[in-house]
Design a protein around this ligand. Sequence first.
Ligand SMILES: [Zn+2]
Length: 143
Amino acid sequence: MLTVKQLLNLTPSKVRYRASYPRVRVVEDKPTKQYRKIYTRLALGNVESTGDSYTQTVRCHGTKKDHENYVLSPDSLIWVHCSCPYFTYHLEVVLQLQGSSRIYNSNGEMPKIRNPKLRPYLCKHLYALTLYLLAKDKKKIKK
Ligand SMILES: [Zn+2]
């Protein structure tokens, strides 16, 4: 599974630039109990851009040492998914290989043309949502 820092750093600048446009709405953000005493936090987003709206899931996983830590930081391990076509065709399979997503919408074939180096990163919606959650949690730490 990949960390927030890894996924943000691997996101191409073109996608990052586009991520400044979407409007982020967090639909749900709550801790959930998971198997093997590792806790996770589930954040569901609805990011809108150029009239389209897609659903995102970000799951922040605790570690064995710190299994109840829900605060999203650059070192958090995350599991992500977005319902947009970009995510489906560029990223879903690649992120599943890293244990950071699951195949729901694509046919499971490697994105040989769209992402030939199998680079794991975030679509603009997930990029925007992740930055939003990081900023929100930073405030939480300060309090
Ligand atoms: Zn997306």
